[in-house]
Ligand binder design. Structure first.
Ligand code: MN3
Length: 210
C-alpha cells in the first residue's frame, strides 16, 4: 500500500470539550481512513504515483491520468488535508502565537483581524471545504477557502494553518452552527506547529515555483 493512515498524535478525547471524542474517532478512523483506502485503490498499478510524497501527488494533480484524476483529487486531497490538520491541533490551549504575530500584523494589521478574517471566510464558505492561511508565490500571506478536499498546493500556495469546514468535523457538538465551532477551535490550535509551517512555507514555495 502506497499511503498509510497516520496515527492521531493524541487521544480521541484529548481535544474535549472543543472537539468531542466521537467526532474525533469518526473523523480519523472512518473519514480519513476512507480517503486513504480509496486513494490507494485508485493509484494501484501506477508505480510512478505510488512513490510520491502525498503533498507532491496532490500538487501535480493536473498530470495525474484523466481516468483517476478526480478520485485522486478528492481522496489524495482528503488524505493530505487531514494529515496536516491533526498536527495543527493539540490539547491544552496550544501555547502562544507570538512567534508569528510579526508577519500576521504586517499582512492583516493584527492577530485579531487575521482571526476574524479566517472565521468569517470559513463561516461564509458555501458547502463543504476548508479555510486556510496560505503563503503565495510572492511571499504574501492570505486567507482563502477551497472547495471539497482541494488543498492550496493545487494553486501553488503553501498551507500554513487550515481548518475543516465539512459538517462531519463539527456537527455532533455544534450542529449547524459552523461559526461557533470556528470561534471555539482557536483553543486547540497548535501554535508551535503553525510557526513551523510558517517557516517551512518560505522554503517550500521556492520548490513549488520550480
Ligand atoms: Mn474532514
Amino acid at each position: 500500500m502506497a499511503y498509510e493512515l497516520p496515527a492521531l498524535p493524541y487521544d480521541y478525547s484529548a481535544l474535549e470539550p472543543i472537539i468531542d471524542r466521537e467526532t474525533m474517532k469518526l473523523h480519523h478512523d472512518a473519514h480519513h481512513a476512507a480517503y486513504v483506502k480509496k486513494l490507494n485503490a485508485a493509484i494501484q498499478g501506477h508505480a510512478e504515483l505510488e512513490k510520491l510524497p502525498i503533498e507532491q501527488l496532490v500538487q501535480r494533480i493536473e498530470s495525474v491520468p484523466g481516468n483517476i484524476r478526480n478520485t485522486v483529487r478528492n481522496n489524495g486531497g482528503g488524505h493530505l488535508n487531514h494529515s496536516i490538520l491533526w498536527k495543527l491541533m493539540t490539547p491544552g490551549k496550544g501555547g502562544s502565537h507570538s512567534a508569528i504575530d510579526g508577519e500576521l500584523n504586517k499582512q492583516f494589521g493584527s492577530f485579531d483581524r487575521f482571526r476574524e478574517q479566517f472565521q468569517t471566510q470559513g463561516e461564509n464558505h458555501f458547502g463543504s471545504g476548508w479555510v486556510w492561511l496560505v503563503r503565495g508565490p510572492e511571499g504574501v500571506l492570505q486567507v482563502i477557502t477551497t472547495p471539497n478536499q482541494d488543498n492550496p498546493v493545487m494553486q501553488g500556495l503553501y498551507p500554513i494553518l487550515g481548518n475543516d469546514l465539512w459538517e462531519h468535523a463539527y456537527y455532533l457538538t455544534y450542529r449547524n452552527k459552523r461559526g461557533d465551532y470556528l470561534k471555539a477551535w482557536w483553543d486547540v490550535v497548535n501554535w508551535e506547529e503553525v510557526a513551523r509551517r510558517m517557516d517551512e512555507s518560505r522554503k517550500v514555495l521556492e520548490r513549488l515555483a520550480a
